[in-house]
Design a protein around this ligand. Structure first.
Ligand code: ARG
Length: 460
């Protein structure tokens, strides 16, 4: 006797090739969808009963059976079978084993195509909420660090050349802003993923008098997918999520890069605690910033997953194709990677130790108040281009004398422009330079304090 798959084996005379079974199975990775699959099935059974397609008795048997299965899965007692291909057929087969005929009725008016599309949306909706909470935790850690370091001065860079002095708090708040946009993007993505494909069945809808609005309501979906073909084949929501995730990883990677540079002996702006670093097996002096390096590295695989899914979807004719089974691993790995990276950052940020003197001294080097001198001359009536020229010459002179602009004498400065007076030394100081940038979005410490206050309110 040939044994064929019990879910679709009716028209088959040969069993599936042993390796094709393994090759085609998704249960290894899609079993994490089980709680969502069961929630979807419970809602579906409830609706089927309400429209008269299941008796109350059958509905109760199905729901009780599914709850027992869920408990078994959670307790790791469930036996997953490759022969049953995926999470959906594993659960359904178990239900049929448990309750018999009523279990066989659960699949009325649905297909695995709309079932899997529903499961992924439920899964992702949950994950997006978790991720947004993790983003908030990181943001709140950034706010605390920013608040603590409002008056800490470091050089701000362009082209990685010292440009103008800035507040370390201001620098941290730049990352806060990026993460706010990230959270907005996820909330936006959540709106579109919160649409229910169930009822699309295989591709064309079903002949049964189903009530899709009711199932959607039971599952907390805001709306139903309007078109059955689109419902089963759409993976835009997953691509949008991967895009949002890629941007978050890009932000974390930029932050990582700065933490790595700052903890080098050459910068020496910060110290990461031993608990977030590792040593070298050959060089006893080493303390390596592994955590930010790993986060920077993991950015690559998330970008890869976005490219994977875009490529999986490209050229697929409507509606469902088995290609879609390949959507899961990139999606799940992105979720896990992103959650881990956000978590480790939220834990690490409060442990960052700032080396205020080193930052201050670095800001003193590199003529970071040159723009302030130019602005000073403009206020004295010089056109900006001429002021730029005058300051350029003073900087060249300073480099030759190995002195910062603030270390030149009034006489030396006046050689470049006779209008320079004693008050110039106020603006040539790092503090003076910061305080002068006193407008919304500027680095003046009182502006940064205000920005932090506003951000704290917005985060609540
Ligand atoms: N395991 C499949 C997936 O992940 C479920 C849907 C299968 N549908 C089908 N017609 N073979 O996409």
């Amino acid at each position: 006797m040939t044994t064929t798959n019990q879910s679709w084996g009716g028209r088959f005379n040969q069993p599936t090739d042993e390796f094709v079974k393994i090759f085609g199975a998704s249960v290894f990775f899609d079993k994490i969808l089980a709680p969502y699959d069961i929630a979807g099935s419970i809602a579906h059974a409830t609706m089927l009963c309400e429209v008269g397609l299941l008796t109350d008795e059958e509905k109760s048997q199905i729901i009780d059976g599914l709850n027992t299965i869920l408990a078994d899965i959670e307790a790791d007692r469930f036996e997953w079978s490759i022969d049953l291909e995926d999470v959906h057929m594993n659960i359904e087969a178990r239900l049929v084993n448990m309750i018999g005929n009523a279990g066989k009725k659960l699949h009325t008016g649905r297909s695995r195509n709309d079932q899997v599309a529903t499961d992924i949306r439920l899964y992702l909706r949950n994950q997006v909420d978790d991720i947004n909470n993790e983003i908030k935790r990181l943001q709140s850690a950034l706010l605390d660090l920013a608040e603590q370091e409002v008056d800490t001065i470091l050089p701000g860079f362009t082209h990685l050349q010292a440009a103008q002095p800035i507040s370390f708090g201001h620098h941290m708040m730049a990352y806060f802003e990026m993460l706010s946009r990230d959270a907005e993007r996820l909330i936006d993505c959540r709106k579109r993923l919160n649409s229910m494909p169930l009822g699309s069945a295989a591709l064309a809808g079903t002949t049964y008098p189903i009530n899709r609005t009711r199932t959607a309501e039971l599952l907390g979906f805001e709306r139903i997918c309007n078109n059955s073909l689109d419902g089963v084949s759409d993976r835009d929501f997953a691509i949008e999520f991967l895009n949002a995730a890629s941007i978050i990883m890009m932000h974390l990677s930029r932050f990582s890069e700065e933490l790595i540079l700052w903890s080098s002996a050459q910068f020496d702006f910060i110290e990461l605690p031993d608990s977030f670093c590792t040593g070298s097996s050959i060089m006893p002096q080493k303390k390596n910033p592994d955590v930010p390096e790993l986060v920077r590295g993991k950015t690559g695989r998330v970008y890869g997953h976005l490219t994977s899914l875009l490529t999986i979807m490209k050229s697929q004719p409507l509606a469902y194709n088995k290609d879609n089974q390949e959507d899961k691993e990139p999606l799940f790995d992105t979720v896990n990677t992103l959650k881990a990276c956000l978590r480790v950052f939220a834990d690490m940020v409060p442990t960052i130790e700032t080396k205020r003197n080193n930052m201050y001294n670095a800001a003193k080097k590199g003529y970071t108040t040159a723009t302030d001198l130019a602005d000073y001359l403009v206020k004295k009536g010089l056109p900006f281009r001429d002021a730029h020229e005058v300051v350029g010459k003073s900087v060249a002179y300073g480099i030759q004398k190995q002195k910062d602009l603030s270390e030149l004498s009034l006489k030396e400065l006046q050689a470049f422009n006779a209008d320079i007076e004693n008050d110039v030394f106020d603006i040539l100081s790092l503090e003076g330079s910061l305080n002068a940038r006193n407008h919304l979005g500027g680095t003046a410490p009182n502006q940064v304090k205000q920005a932090i206050n506003n951000a704290r309110k917005a985060l609540k």
